[in-house]
Design a protein around this ligand. Sequence first.
Ligand code: NAD
Ligand code: DAU
Length: 378
Amino acid sequence: MGRSIIVTGGAGFIGSHVVRLFVNKYPEYRIINVDKLTYAGNLANLKDIEDKENYIFAKADICDYDAMLELMRRYKVDVIIHLAAESHVDRSIKDPFTFARTNVMGTLSMLQAAKVYWESLPERYDGKLFYHISTDEVYGALELTHPNGIKPPFKTIASSGEHHSAYGEDFFLETTKYNPHSPYSASEASSDHFVRAFHDTYGLPTIVTNCSNNYGPYQFPEKLIPLFINNIRHRKPLPVYGKGENVRDWLYVEDHARAIDLIFHKGKISDTYNIGGFNEWKNIDLIKVMIKTADRLLGNPEGASLSLITYVTDRAGHDMRYAIDSSKLQRELGWEPSLQFEEGIEKTVRWYLENQEWIDNITSGSYQRYYEDMYGNR
Ligand code: NAD
Ligand code: DAU
């Protein structure tokens, strides 16, 4: 069956992988990428699919309620996969208003437009879905009870009883109470609450998923992994926040996109799914893996870039540890990450080194000037 799907934020990191997957895998679906093209939006991420017949790009701000309603009516939209957001924690510390505007008011505008449009149809909510992509940061931070990590076999067992962590006793479950700390995670938490409120109050068919840290091609080079790979290449300092002891749980971005595809088709309306690969890394250990891989690929002597590591002032309110328990998704829908981390990080480092032009266009700002000429700077 053909479906008409708006993907918001499709020119960003995760959104571009979702758009690519859906456009290629489902030629019978119409995919409308709605993106404001902020600093983080880059249509070069979608060069390979931009001429496909089932793909449409609309430059628009999700906060513009009238424009969202008009797009939904024009394209007879029956599904919204919502990824447009401000996504960088450090920026939220400097400028929380922008995060409240886009992440809270923008999500509310999408929800209200979907409600008004779908309620105007004879079939109302039948066959409709508002799928909100959110983050594990809404759950707050976990304790790092084993800062040096425990070598397998681990003693700690997640509450699912199936998985183990080298760094702490707990995992984030779908039932974990929200406890956001940064303005970014507070805005994401608020957007999740609005989505659930629209289901509970109006019956809007919604799904929310909360995912751990993504990595892979096309991530904006302000985030840890692309920033550090680019700095290694240019022999620039690698700014490690605090002692580099914070733990993050990394998932290859295409595995996140595959999970979204599965949940979109098989997920239960009104439900929540956690997405993550049980792949925790202490920042400093991850950085050393990146250094080793990049030095090898660049033909540098082993360890040549270790001297670039520079410890800097910690991020304010820096969450110590994230760890997602995705066993519900694995158990109920049969999802599993396809890539081992070693393979994923090798692919990722290689991609950034081989796509230097993509990064250079961002660091020089020319990607934005190009699209401003084409679509205007609203
Ligand atoms: P990103 O910053 O790379 O991309 C965001 C996109 O949204 C950009 O294309 C931007 O132009 C667009 N956008 C921003 N404001 C807009 C507005 N007002 N109107 C229309 N478009 C707008 O973000 P990402 O890393 O791809 O994250 C996407 C979503 O997934 C976010 O909600 C984020 O919180 C969540 N998430 C991200 C990660 C991660 O590790 N990156 C992990 C879990 C969840
Ligand atoms: O957990 C999911 C979240 O992951 C998403 O919701 C966010 O959108 C995404 O940006 C990411 O948030 P983090 O803050 O974890 O990602 P970031 O890449 O900014 O930082 C990863 C870790 O590395 C974090 O502990 C901070 C640290 N760091 C980051 C940067 C940019 C450094 O030590 N130095 C740096 O320069």
